[in-house]
Design a protein around this ligand. Structure first.
Ligand code: ADP
Ligand code: MG
Length: 583
């Protein structure tokens, strides 16, 4: 038995002997377990090291990372996949701040998570007397999450955990911060009183039924539509109302567009999918039904060139958050409630004789789809050396089609934009990506959580730059022997690998990395499998082997360094300089 196991056992025995007492550590663990939260993602350290140890000893799964941001991203994705708040555990000040990025990102994406951080002594922090890792964490967290709580007394732990859970998952889901000062964890109290102080949250995310007149108004608007369109967002994926959403789409006959993390809610090869005719349907639709999708930058704010002539559209929006209505444009028919309840109410309304959308609209979409699909398919079969994004993704597209229950994690610039449109998804909640912020760095955290929460194989398709933000977690993947296959699209840099320093100096351009790096060696360093692929065939073979074996694998996929475009598809967001030219 290792020294650590011995000490855990000794501590556990000690706890058993002092049956009559409990402490802050155990109350936190018992409160989580009572609410069916059985996994903690985190990084150990003062003052929460023992919290992780005890949690493991009490049968929880404790997944330790190399950096808190990745643990936090894992917790957020766990929340998205399970509708239970993912828990991230960190040390104070710097560890807390590392986790805070993930907490803010979870809140922005409407994913339920709880960041639990240890903190320094309140008396010293509040007088700013300079404690070890001193920071007023509660104040720092508050503006960046849905709710933030601090617990000072062991007998309040049960209530605090209950509030954190309810705040995270009810209404619009989001991130919650729970501050646990070091001295709280050691506080002792009577075990029976402790047990009674715990709260099992009843109905943590209560259904919210839409008002009947709101449903009637929406049906009225929809009935008058000549060119209707449904847009499914990741809220729809989160809601797990898969069968009703599919029935609504199919019974109404309305074409639909999935946002990236809603792909697979209906299979991307569904005849009603308007994915390959995206620009046509956005421009031409006259009534748009938003289901768990916000009219933010990812939808050009619902106005402007992409949306056709102003005043030609009416929106129906289903969302649990009333404030979301009219955020960017007028919503003609707001339907506020949980997606499951709202969709089933609409479904009841269209039962019976619902008019199919006009054939002219359906035909126009089909024509555009066929044209775009044909244009794309020749590119996917390319065999040039080195590979470009299309030929490499063409290979991965086939693999995902053959393995529809695998989870795809995707980040990067070009690697993200091309994969989103090229790789079809066939099942709900199988695509995890950069979400609402479009951030880099979610990759390995999402991959770990996907594997841990679902037990399914994970394929992470990563730009070389994006991978760098969480790349050290390949050790974590190896340590827990997770069925994760990482494919690094290595084009020697950010956007492209061929920028030059205009001064001729010895520093390379700011967007360029070491040429011909071998990311596969990183995985080998920790006992996983590394592979190097220069052709689509090699890439296919390596990925299939990895997915069959379930062994941690990293494939370095060599991509033409000239193939990418600046910022992928969102180059328009770069400000332009009026006075200077790039090299
Ligand atoms: P996407 O990026 O895919 O468009 P968004 O994150 O912009 O998706 O939108 C998700 C929306 O879904 C948010 O406005 C959120 O309030 C809403 N939402 C999340 N869960 C539910 C739910 N269970 N019921 C209703 N709305 C939900
Ligand atoms: Mg790159």
């Amino acid at each position: 038995m290792s020294a650590m196991a011995q000490s855990v056992e000794a501590k556990t025995n000690e706890a058993a002997e002092t049956e009559a007492l409990t402490d802050g550590f155990h109350l936190v663990i018992d409160a989580l377990k009572l609410n069916d939260i059985n996994t903690i993602y985190g990084v150990p350290g003062i003052p929460i090291t023992d919290l992780g140890r005890f949690a493991q000893a009490e049968g929880m799964r404790v997944i330790s990372f190399r950096h808190e941001q990745n643990a936090g991203n894992a917790a957020a994705i766990a929340g998205f996949l399970t509708q239970k708040p993912g828990v991230c555990l960190t040390v104070s000040a710097p560890g807390f701040l590392n986790g805070l990025t993930a907490l803010a990102n979870a809140t922005t994406n409407c994913f339920p998570m709880i960041l639990i951080s240890g903190s320094s002594e309140r008396e010293i922090v509040d007088l700013q007397q300079g404690d070890y890792e001193e920071m007023d964490q509660l104040a720092v967290a508050r503006p960046l999450c849905k709710a933030a709580y601090r617990v000072l007394h062991a007998e309040d732990i049960g209530i605090a955990v209950a509030r954190a859970i309810r705040a995270a998952v009810s209404g619009r889901p989001g991130g919650v911060y729970l501050d646990l000062p070091a001295q709280l964890l050691g506080q002792v109290m009577d075990a029976e009183a402790g047990r009674q102080s715990l709260v099992k949250v009843v109905d943590p995310a209560p259904r919210q039924l839409p008002a009947p007149d709101a449903v009637a108004r929406a049906l009225e608007v929809l009935k008058g539509a000549e060119r209707p369109l449904i847009i499914l967002g990741k809220g729809a994926a989160y809601a797990q109302a898969d069968a009703d959403i599919r029935a609504l789409v199919e019974k109404s006959g309305i074409p639909y567009l999935p946002m990236s993390m809603a792909k697979g809610l209906l299979p991307d090869d569904h005849p009603q999918s308007a994915g390959p005719a995206r620009s046509l349907v956005l421009k031409e639709a006259d009534v748009v039904v938003l289901i768990g999708a916000r009219l933010n930058w990812l939808l050009s704010h619902g106005k402007g060139k992409a949306w056709g002539a102003p005043g030609t559209k009416r929106f129906i929006q289903i969302d649990i958050e009333p404030k979301e209505m009219d955020s960017n444009v007028e919503i003609a028919a707001p339907v506020v409630g949980d997606i499951g309840s709202c969709v089933s109410a609409l479904l009841r309304g269209i039962d019976g004789e619902w008019p199919a959308p006009p054939a002219a609209w359906i035909d126009a979409i089909r024509e555009r789809k066929e044209k775009n699909v044909a244009k794309m398919s020749s590119k996917l079969l390319g065999n040039s050396l080195p590979m470009d994004f299309h030929s490499a993704l063409g290979a991965l597209r086939t693999i995902v089609k053959e393995r529809p229950d695998a989870i795809l994690v995707n980040e990067g610039a070009n690697t993200l934009d091309f994969a989103r449109s090229i790789i079809d998804m066939y099942q709900p909640r199988k695509r995890l990506d950069v979400g609402t912020w479009g951030i880099m760095g979610i990759g390995m955290g999402a991959a770990v959580a996907a594997a841990v929460e679902t037990g399914k194989p994970v394929l992470a398709v990563e730009g070389d730059s994006a991978f760098g933000f969480s790349g050290m977690e390949v050790e974590t993947i190896c340590r827990y022997n997770l069925p994760v296959c990482v494919v690094v699209f290595n084009n020697n840099g950010i956007y492209r690998g061929c920028d030059v320093n205009p001064t001729g100096g010895s520093d390379v351009a700011p967007t360029v990395f070491v040429k011909d790096s071998r990311y596969d060696k990183m995985m080998e360093a920790f006992g996983g499998i590394g592979a190097h692929a220069t052709t689509p065939d090699e890439l296919s073979r390596a990925v299939n082997e990895a997915m069959d074996s379930g062994k941690p694998t990293l494939i370095n996929a060599v991509i033409d360094e000239k193939a990418g475009t600046e910022s992928g598809r969102i180059g328009n967001l770069n400000p332009q300089s009026a006075v200077s030219k790039k090299a």
